[in-house]
Design a protein. Structure first.
Length: 126
């Protein structure tokens, strides 16, 4: 409630600026779409993101169901870390160590790989 009272007199534009500062790296150059073409591009981007989510979730479920059949993981115990924000989706635990596993899915036989900065870093640095 204290936060709500603090911001109660802010205008929509002021709140939008605060939110954009938190979300966008270069918020001052990000604009809310106002043209039909901008809205159409956003729809295409949303569809692309939805497709990536579906294929990514399918790939993650495959690993959950089949990690014991994958040579390097066969003696490990899987831990789901997707909600931890640690830069990888799963930990595969072994006696003395673990592997951080980032799962990516493809809708076709080939494609691009997109990593966040956290995913790219060595898990020991996180």
């Amino acid at each position: 409630m204290e936060i709500m009272r603090f911001y109660q007199d802010y205008t929509f534009e002021q709140m939008l600026k605060i939110v954009k500062e938190m979300i966008f790296e270069n918020y001052e150059i990000e604009e809310i779409p106002t043209k039909l073409g901008d809205l159409e591009q956003n729809k295409q981007n949303e569809f692309s993101i939805a497709q990536r989510l579906i294929t990514g979730q399918a790939a993650e479920q495959y690993l959950i169901n089949n990690h014991q059949k994958i040579g390097i993981f066969e003696n490990g115990k899987i831990e789901d870390t997707r909600m931890f924000g640690c830069g990888f989706d799963f930990k595969i635990h072994f006696e003395q160590t673990f592997l951080g596993v980032e799962v990516k899915g493809l809708a076709k036989k080939s494609g691009n790989l997109l990593l966040t900065e956290k995913e790219y870093k060595n898990p020991s640095e996180i």
